[in-house]
Design a protein around this ligand. Structure first.
Ligand code: FES
Ligand code: FES
Length: 175
């Protein structure tokens, strides 16, 4: 793993003290100096330019900012960056390899699981956590797992089909 030292700078004239944190983001160890008030979503989007993590509400309602925090879905708009010290974060940028989409990304493509795409990264990460703990979910399981993620466009039907498509593919790959 490579280590990278970075600073998320406060605005000019604002001398809020910073805390040094070490976290793993998409498998890469990052060492950063951050303000104690910095939200995790802002660390990801502005500090690391991982703009696939979206903000829709800033109030923990919409799920657009969902990331995996030590493998579990977390709303990064309601976590402080300093809380990630010593932990692992996965964003949508960490799902595909250089040559292959994650089966969940494929499922969204095959089943037309998105329209504007704003909710999609959070949906896919919540789905990833579901399929890791339950490789054979029912439709109800999928709907429950995605119940913290709002979509304004699709009506959810194709999102659910996309996750079930991915579950089928992942099970087939294991046989
Ligand atoms: S931006 Fe985090 S839940 Fe909406
Ligand atoms: S695809 Fe537009 S909000 Fe879900």
């Amino acid at each position: 793993m490579t280590s990278l030292y970075e600073t998320v700078s406060p605005p000019p004239g604002d001398d809020v003290p910073t805390n040094r944190i070490n976290l793993t983001v998409n498998g890469q160890l990052r060492t950063m100096d951050v303000e104690p008030r910095l939200l995790l979503v802002h660390l990801l989007r502005q500090g690391l330019t991982l703009t696939g993590t979206h903000t829709g509400c800033d109030t923990s309602n919409c799920g657009a900012c969902t990331v995996l925090f030590d493998g579990r879905p977390a709303k990064s708009c309601t976590m402080l960056a300093v809380q990630a010290d010593g932990h692992s974060v996965q964003t949508v940028e960490g799902m595909a390899t250089s040559s292959e989409l994650d089966p969940i990304q494929e499922g969204f493509k095959e089943e037309h699981g998105l329209q504007c795409g704003y909710c999609t990264p959070g949906m896919m990460l919540a789905a990833k956590a579901l399929l890791e703990r339950n490789p054979n979910p029912t439709e109800d399981d999928v709907r429950w797992a995605l119940s913290g993620n709002l979509c304004r466009c699709t009506g959810y039907q194709n999102i659910v089909k996309a996750v079930l498509w991915a579950a089928d593919k992942m099970r087939a790959q294991q046989n």
